[in-house]
Design a protein. Structure first.
Length: 166
């Protein structure tokens, strides 16, 4: 009986230690609606000191938006050259990257969502082929839902057929 009580006491102690490790010690204030300056928002990490802004580390002149031909998901030479520079940096400095695929307004919403995803996957596949860890790359498609230009002409459509690297 005494041995059983000791086991029970030890079990309760362990459970209490685990529960206290899960408790919250921060403030209870709601931070929803607070804004963070855009200069602090980027691909990066959160630490106890707040948001630390890090960028992809490649020169700002290296494009982070890659454009596509109408109804295509094939990278052009300019895009592959820029992506090689990004891949070199990402191999040495692994950070999470989001690849956002977009399409112009022509076509159905469903088709454009799939096209945006194919375009983002083309960028992802190229980066992986260059040695970037694929688990760091998130692919998302916005289809026609987040246009860079709202006009309905060839110049605007060309700006909307893109993948943004964030």
């Amino acid at each position: 009986m005494k041995n059983q009580l000791l086991r029970y006491g030890a079990l309760v102690t362990v459970v209490m230690a685990l529960l206290s490790g899960c408790s919250s010690t921060g403030s209870d204030t709601d931070t929803a609606g607070t804004s963070v300056p855009s200069s602090q928002v980027s691909t990066g990490s959160v630490s106890t000191g707040g948001v630390t802004a890090t960028t992809l580390g490649t020169d700002a002149a290296v494009p982070r938006v890659f454009y596509f031909e109408f109804d295509r998901a094939v990278l052009n030479a300019e895009s592959t050259a820029a992506l090689r520079l990004h891949a070199e940096w990402l191999r040495a400095n692994p950070v999470n990257v989001r690849l956002e695929g977009h399409a112009d307004e022509r076509g159905t919403r469903e088709y454009n969502m799939a096209l945006g995803e194919r375009r983002a996957n083309a960028v992802r596949d190229f980066l992986v082929s260059e040695g970037v860890n694929g688990s760091l790359l998130e692919v998302i498609s916005y289809g026609e839902e987040s246009p860079a230009s709202l006009d309905s002409n060839e110049t605007s459509w060309a700006l909307n057929r893109r993948v943004e690297m964030k």
